[in-house]
Design a protein. Structure first.
Length: 93
């Protein structure tokens, strides 16, 4: 099972890449755990509150174009071929 993870904005800067492919990730929580392990403190600081390890309010995620409500849907299952996009709030003018 392979999923594609795309990073936008600060998450792209924290990972140093716009896209990676990962194998055998079962759900969103497992994905976050794996990403923190792979990319370290810089990404962790962008995603989680340093005082209580709570997911920050400005972390947004879409799965195959559908927004995933975080943290309520953190156990959302992932399947082969899924595309996950992790992004900050989008603002326009």
């Amino acid at each position: 099972m392979v999923i594609t993870v795309k990073f936008i904005g600060a998450f792209r800067e924290a990972t140093g890449t716009g896209e990676i492919r990962l194998n055998n990730v079962r759900n969103v929580k497992e994905l976050f755990d794996l990403l923190i392990k792979k990319f370290g403190a810089k990404l962790k600081n962008e995603m989680f509150d340093s005082t209580n390890s709570k997911l920050l309010d400005w972390v947004f995620l879409s799965l195959n174009g559908r927004n995933v409500k975080l943290p309520e849907e953190i156990q959302t299952s992932l399947s082969d071929g899924d595309v996950v996009v992790i992004y900050p709030p989008l603002v326009g003018g």
